[in-house]
Design a binder for this molecule. Structure first.
Ligand SMILES: [Zn+2]
Length: 412
C-alpha cells in the first residue's frame, strides 16, 4: 500500500504529446502528475519555469495548469517578473482543494497534521502516548479518533489519503507491520485495523517506516535537499535509518532496508528489543543513553530536554555519555558509509538536538573506521526538519498517489 514503490512522475519524466496523442489518457495523466509534482516540490513556480522543467510546450503547460486549477490542486497567481525582457509569466501555486492527513506514530508521542499539495502542515497536533495505549488496537483507536476530528473539520473537502509512519518494518503492499520492536508489535495489520475503524468511505491508509519517511522529507525539504545519496539516522528510544540512493528511497526487495539500529556492533554487549545482542541502538538510542547515565526512562521529551540543558551547562557525566554515544555511532556509520557510499549523513531525532556534543567523537571514529575514499566524500550534519521530519514524510506518502495521478481523487 505504500506509494514509495509507485511510479514517480518526476523520475519517469513528461511525455511531449503530439496533437494525435494529446487526448491519450495516460499521457495526459502523467503530464498532469509531472506538473503537479514540480509545483508541490517547489511551492511556487511560473508557467515559464514549468515549461522549462517539463520540456512541454507553453500551450500544453497552460492547458495542464488550467486542468489542475479546476481540480483545486493549483492556483494561478500574479505574474512573477522574470528579470529578462518579455512578458512576466503567471505564477502557479499549490492550492488546498484536496487534503491529505499525516500521522507519525512514535513510541511515546503521536504527531498529526492536515496537509495538501505544497506540503504545508496545518492543524498540527502532538499527543503523548500512554503506555497502556501503545498496543495495536489502542493505537488504531487513537489515530482513528484524530482522523475523524480532522475529517469533520474538513467537511466536504476531499481527503486523498492518510499517510501513517510507524517505528517498525513495514510490508509495503498491505501495510502490515512485520515488527516494531520498541512497541512490541509483531505482524500487526495496522493499515487494515485503521481502515476498518474509518469504514468503507474512509480515505485510503498508506503505511511506511518512520525513518524512511523522514529521509524522504529531509531529501525534499530539509538538510538533504539536492543530495541524492543520503543516509538519515533518527535517534529516538531506539535508532532508525532511511536511505536515499540515486535520489530515490531505497527499500530493498520488500521495503525492509534501513534497519541501522540493529547493525551488530558489540556481540558481547547489551540485549536488544529485537531479540539480538549488541545492536547499534543498544549503544546510541535514547534508552541506552539514559541507562548509561543511570536516569529513569521518563517521557521522551523531558529526557531530551534534560540532556540538552545539562550538556549546555557542562555536566561532565552527560558530556562523556554523549561522546561515548558519538564514538559508537561513528563506528556504525563507518560500516554504513563503506557499504552505501552516501555523500551526506544526517542526524535526526534527539541526535539533532545534541549533535554538537556527539559529532567530535563521531567524526574521529568515522575517520578511523571508514575507508578513506568513502570517508573523503561524506559529510555528517544535523537534520533540519526536527520533530516534523517524519510527519512531513508521512504527508509525502499520502500525497504519492495524487501526485502520480492527479485525476485519481476526482475518479476520472
Ligand atoms: Zn536489535
Amino acid at each position: 500500500m505504500s506509494t514509495l514503490g509507485a511510479p514517480d512522475p518526476m523520475r519517469s519524466g513528461t511525455i511531449a504529446a503530439s496533437e494525435e496523442t494529446a487526448n491519450n489518457g495516460s499521457v495526459r495523466r502523467r503530464n498532469l502528475g509531472a506538473v503537479l509534482t514540480h509545483v508541490h516540490r517547489a511551492a511556487r513556480l511560473s508557467r515559464a519555469d514549468l515549461t522549462a522543467l517539463t520540456g512541454l510546450n507553453r500551450s500544453t503547460v497552460g492547458v495542464l495548469v488550467a486542468e489542475l486549477a479546476e481540480l483545486g490542486l493549483v492556483s494561478e497567481g500574479d505574474p512573477i517578473p522574470r528579470g529578462t525582457p518579455g512578458r512576466p509569466s503567471p505564477a502557479v501555486d499549490p492550492a488546498d482543494g484536496v487534503a491529505v492527513l499525516g500521522v507519525d506514530v512514535g513510541v511515546a508521542v503521536m504527531r498529526f497534521a492536515v496537509s495538501g499539495v505544497g506540503g504545508a502542515l496545518r492543524g498540527r497536533l502532538e499527543v503523548e502516548r500512554a503506555t497502556s495505549r501503545r498496543d495495536p488496537e489502542g493505537t488504531a483507536d487513537d489515530v482513528a479518533a484524530l482522523v475523524r476530528c480532522a475529517l469533520a473539520d474538513l467537511r466536504d473537502r476531499p481527503v486523498a489519503a492518510i499517510g501513517v509512519a510507524v517505528p517498525g518494518v513495514v510490508r509495503r503492499q498491505d501495510g502490515l507491520v512485520r515488527v516494531a520492536a520498541n512497541l512490541a508489535w509483531h505482524d500487526v495489520p495496522f493499515a487494515e485495523l485503521l481502515a476498518a475503524r474509518l469504514g468503507p468511505d474512509g480515505p485510503p491508509v498508506l503505511l511506511g517506516n518512520d525513518a524512511e519517511l523522514g529521509a524522504v522529507a529531509e531529501h525534499l525539504r530539509g538538510a538533504g535537499r539536492g543530495v541524492d545519496d543520503l543516509l538519515y539516522l533518527v535517534g529516538g528510544v531506539g535508532l532508525g535509518g532511511g536511505i536515499i540512493a540515486g535520489g530515490q528511497p531505497f527499500g530493498g526487495a520488500t521495503g525492509y532496508a534501513g534497519e541501522v539500529g540493529h547493525l551488530v556492533v558489540d556481540p558481547a554487549g547489551h540485549d536488544c528489543t529485537c531479540g539480538g545482542r549488541g545492536c547499534l541502538e543498544t549503544q546510541v538510542g535514547l534508552r541506552a543513553l539514559l541507562r548509561r547515565l543511570g536516569r529513569d526512562d521518563q517521557g521522551e521529551r523531558e529526557a531530551v530536554a534534560g540532556l540538552v540543558a545539562d550538556a549546555a551547562a557542562g555536566d561532565g557525566d552527560v558530556l562523556a555519555a554523549l561522546a561515548e554515544c558519538g564514538a559508537w555511532l561513528g563506528r556504525g556509520i563507518a560500516s554504513l558509509v563503506n557499504v552505501l557510499n552516501p555523500s551526506r549523513v544526517l542526524l535526526g531525532g534527539y541526535l539533532a538536538e545534541v549533535h554538537p556534543h556527539v559529532l567530535p567523537a563521531l567524526r574521529r571514529a568515522l575517520d578511523h573506521h571508514a575507508q578513506r575514499p568513502n570517508r573523503s566524500v561524506v559529510t555528517v550534519a544535523p537534520a533540519a526538519l526536527g520533530r516534523d521530519a517524519v510527519l512531513r514524510g508521512a504527508v509525502e506518502l499520502a500525497l504519492g498517489p495524487l501526485l502520480a495521478d492527479p485525476l485519481w481523487v476526482a475518479g476520472r
